[in-house]
Every structure is written in structure tokens, then in C-alpha cells.
Design a binder for this molecule. Sequence first.
Ligand code: ACO
Length: 706
Amino acid sequence: MDHINCLFNPCSIAVVGASHTEGKIGHTIVKNILDCGYTGSVFPINPAGGEVCGLQAFKNIDEIPDPIDIACTVVPARLVHDAVLACAEKGVKYNLIITSGFSEIGNIEEEKKLVHTARAHGMRIIGPNIFGLYSADASMNATFGPANITPGSVAIITQSGALGLAMIGKTAVENIGLSAIVSVGNKCDIDESDLLEYLIQQQRTKVILMYIEGIKNGVRFIHSLKKATRVKPVIVIKSGRSARGAAAAASHTGSLAGADEIVDAILKQCGALRADSIAEAFSWCTYLAHAPEPATEQTVIITNGGGVGVMATDACERYEIPLYNDSEALNDIFAPVTPSFGSTKNPIDITGGATAPEYSQALDAALNHNKIGAAMALYCETAIFPARDLEQMLEETSRRFDERGRPVLFAAVGGEDLEDAIARLRRKNVPVFPDVDQAVACMGKLFEHYRQRRYRSDTFEDSVIDTKAIDAVTAEARATGRSFLSAGESRAIMQIIGIRMPASCIARSLDEALERCSDVGYPLVMKVVSPDIIHKSDAGGVALDLNNSDEVIDAWQAIMQRCQEHLPGARIDGIELNSMIEPGVETIIGARRDPVFGPIAMFGQGGIYVEVMKDVSFRALPLNRLEILRMMKQTRSYPLLLGVRGEAKKDIEGVLETIIKIGALVRAIDYISDIEINPLVVFEENAGVNALDVRILLATQGKDPS
Ligand code: ACO
């Protein structure tokens, strides 16, 4: 990425396919470049020569005497390869291929050919299937979108071209100034990670907004996103939350949308802020582009209406905004500016009789107290304090907060005059919103961004894996193309990596089982051993709490009969006898190799209802203790580990260690595709954990038994 600066600040641009006809894409791009005030050289290329937008058109790119930094290719798909070759031979550094008709419609080979040709000459490609690029630094609008882009501090990277063009229009309406907007299209070469790397260090960009449908290189994306969110807020709209949406996204862009739970977890892990809609993303962008870093998160709500105060309080809980609640201090600060029938408890209700100067005094009282980090002022339009008085008050208050580096925002609810006032104030970057929830969400996202910057650590824990010993255990399975490990092999692997399992043996016959029972010890558990049955409980292949030989005989016969009924003809190698362990909290721990994001860890509520409860969380590996703990806390059942209803706290450290070990195993052994321990029984603090059942799958072509 040596030259990426020149993509955003080129000295010269060639438009290949610059049309003489007004309204055509190749004409609009030349016109937009000139209209935006670009001061570098612009070279239209058209085989007919002549003039395009008053500039001399060259018949071929090789006729241009000057070096060319970027080319916009706007010729039909069948002509693109030759055009790309000519650009590459000319020494063009970046080629923005606007043309559609490549991998998004299945024309994959032609797209690969473009990359091959470009790479051979050191040229990089953006697209194909894009609307172009706008860069405020270079006053360059090399897009066929609207001509009037307001320069500013928000950078947009979008995978959808049409949506990107629409966003340009919408940002103008919403008064959001752009530092850059880039469409990545089919991402045959340059992708969002390359662009993030550039935008991280670009001074003008204060907030990055990304619209993503599918991610191709997830491991690299995680790396770049983590780096970016350390420096500036990154807001992500990732479509394809629903299964149907994901299918539509995949067919639209030619890349696969990852499973949404995993994407969601990874965005959080990387410190990005995920928005559900364009409106939400835009309001966060406008606020985060200008708001200062809070010194403390202690917040006060000042309101002239009790109802909106309650709504804001609820929203604060949802967006994890701590409300300052030292009632004595609150009374000292706000009693002088609150009527006796108001309330100095947070939310501070200065009542419907409050006037503009009274509002202003209350906000100044908050500003002058150093334990209060941020303020939210809610305003319901009244006859005592009409909209016309609000405008000046908000502008001045907002400036005073800015000067002192304190975040503030306003929510104002009322009629037409108020809406007009809000629009005027927003044009001056005063953070005022027509809705309480929208305002509170912005503050919540500001806190979330700085919180992850302060507390996130990207160092990670690892555990040394004896790869030779693992290879020896798995040798037979790999040699025969088996896609899963047997119970005995899985147990051997758990022993190598140091995860405890109950005492156990495998009996090939009922007589052998009766002989071995005393070695294992009563009470015991019996589990079917079959290469065809992996979900043993579903097949009726498990019997618990067996206390004597009669119960073992009955259980043996019942398991054999149930398994044959469940899967007639299933091969049964015997029955595993396990000592029955003390009860504890049943968790599930897993690790798998995700096709997009690489190794992923999972934690959740374990046992036989895993699929019904779906109480699991994910993270990309490797992880540190803090992030593992966050992953665990994200589940609804985490409080069970803390001990509920007088129960003792459980061995959370044991769970952490187990996740680190299986994470290290999947990272070290690339032919292991999935590991699942279910249940991992967690005992009281310092008493450890015990893996009752382990399932390990291999990345081979073999058939996965069910
Ligand atoms: N070198 C340079 N110019 C050439 C060459 C060449 N080898 N061959 C032809 N041209 C000229 C043509 O003569 C023409 O100029 P003219 O109008 O003065 O005669 C110009 O290049 C354009 O060629 P056309 O054949 O007229 O192509 P047209 O403009 O109809 O379409 C386009 C080209 C726009 C690239 C089209 O093929 C296409 O892909 N459209 C979709 C673009 C798109 O939507 N991209 C995704 C954006 S994101 C979103 O979804 C909105």
C-alpha cells in the first residue's frame, strides 16, 4: 500500500471511456471531477478524440505524455481487460473500474484476469462494479453521483454502489460533511481493510462509516478494524442479519455473508459500533465527528418535562450510560436553579415553567461541576419557553461545553417552529435531535467508543500445544479420511492439552462392562460408542446414575435397542463407562474454523438444551482473559457461574483456562475444524471443571455422521 495516499490525492486522472454525450456515465465522471474543483490534470480517453467537457480527449492512454496516478475505467465489460492492460503498461497506479458485469453476475474468470494483468504491472484495482471515489483532500469527485458533495470529516466505505450514491444525497440533506466516500464493489483487489488502513491515519477523517454485505478476508478485516477503532470511531452497517438477507447479500456482491451472530460478536470485539439503519448510522456519525472525549461517564439529564426525563432514563440504561447519582451533591449543584416543586434528583426536572435563561443556568451548573462528565438537555416546547428562544440558548451552551471539552447533547420535541430551529442548529453542528432515544443513543455510542479504547487490550493468551502428540493420536483418522475423532481419540487429546475428563473405559460386551464397573466406580454413566452416532442423547445412547450391576445390565440392553431404532444398521463399537461426577453448572465450550474469520471460540449454556436455549456467544481467536470474560458475560446464563440463590461462586478461572486451551489447539492444528465440549461441568471456585463429552471434527472430505 505504498501509494495509497496517491489514490486519495492523485496528481493526474485519466477517464477511460470519457463520453462525448452528456448524461452518460463516462461523461458525468469527467464533469464531476472538474466541477468539484480538482486542480490536478484530467485526461479524457476516447477513440474518437475531440473534446470532452472542454478538455482534449486522447485516443489512447499511451499518447498522454504525463504520468497517470489513477484511471477511471468506464468502457463496457468486454473492453475492460484491454483498457486495464493499456493502463497497466502506462504505469497507472490505481484503476477504478466502474463497469459492471463481472463476478457479481458470475463472470469470475474475466475478473481474475483483470487482477492478474494489473498485478503483473504493479497496478491496483478498486472494483469492478463501483460508482467511484470522492476525496475532500484533493477536491476530487471521481463518481457519477451527485455533483455537490459537502467536504467534512466523515469517510464512507460502501460495498453497495446504489446505496452509496443515495448516501451522498442523504449526507447533503443531513449536513454531514464527507472527507471521502469510496465504493468497493466486487473487491477483486483492494478491499475495505486497505481503505481502513489509509483512513486511520488521514487527518481529516474523524469518523468512518462502513456499509458491508460480505467480508472476504475476515482475519485481515479484524486486524485493520481493531487498529482503526483505537484511533477513531468506526460505525458499521452490516446487512444480511436475516438468513434471507444474507442470501440476497451473497448473490448481490459475489461474496459470502458470515453467520450474523459471529459478525456481530466480532464487530463488538473489534470496538466497532454496529448500526441497524442508515438513519441511526448518520446520527451517530454527526455526533461522534464533533463530540469531545468524556473525562468521566457520569451524566446528568436536565429536563423541563417529567415524561421525557423518564424516557431518557430508560434509554440510558439501554445504552449503558451511568447517571450521576450522588443526591447530596446533585441537590447542592441544582437546588439554586430548580424551583421548589421541581426535582434535583437525576433526571433534574426544572419543570414546564423553565425559561431559556433558567435552562442555561442549570446546564452551566452541570458544566461547572467536575464530577459530571456529560449533560443531556431535554426540551418540550412550551409557551413560556418557545422555540425561537431555544435556538440562541442551545448554540451558546453547546459552544461553552465544547470549549471545556465536555460532551453535551439536546433532544427537543415540539412543533413546526422547533423542527425548523433544529434544522438550522444542525447546520451549525449543534448536537440537537428531534427524538429522545436518538439523542441518548448518540451519547451511548460516544461512551462505547472511548470505553473500548480505554479498556480493550489486543494482547492474547496462548497455551503450548504438543503438536507431535496430537498428530500421533489423529494419524489413523487422517490416513483413512475420517472426518471425526472417536471418543477414545478425543479423550487422548483432552489429556494432552490438560483438560480433565471423568474416569472412563470402553466395554465391547456386556460381560466386559460388568467386569470393568468397579474400576470406574459407582455411580456411573453409560454412553454408546459408535462412529455413526455423534449426538448420543438424541439417539437414546446415554444412561445416567447407575448404581449396581442390575442397573448396568438394563441400561446396556436399553441403549442397544434405542440406538438401533434411532439409526437402523448403525455400527456400535461398545459402550463407554464413565464415573458420574458431582453436579455443577453445565456449560458448552467450542472452537471452530470459520471460513471467513478463521478460528472462532464459543461459550454458552451447556447440556442437552443447547440448541433450544441458543444462549451462546462468540469471539475470534486468539483472545485474552478480559475478552473471554466479556464473551462469557454476554450470555444470559453467566450469573449461574457467579452463584445464584445462595449458591457458591463457580470456577470461572477453570472455564477461562479451558477456552484458552481449546483456542490454542484449533489455532495450532489446522486440520481440526471443530471442537465442542458439552457439557463442561463447572464446580465451585478452585474445584475446577470436568469435560463430560467432547466432539472433535477434522477438516477432511469424509462424511460427518449425525
Ligand atoms: N477506450 C476509451 N473509450 C472507449 C473505448 C476504449 N477502448 N471504447 C469505447 N469507448 C468510448 C465509447 O466510444 C463511448 O464514448 P462516446 O459516448 O463518446 O461514443 C464511451 O467509451 C462509453 O462507451 P459506451 O459503449 O457508450 O458505454 P456506455 O456508456 O453505454 O456504458 C458503462 C459503459 C457505463 C461502463 C456500462 O458498461 C456499465 O457497466 N454500466 C453500469 C455501471 C454501474 O452501475 N457500475 C456500478 C456502480 S454502483 C451502482 O450500483 C450504482
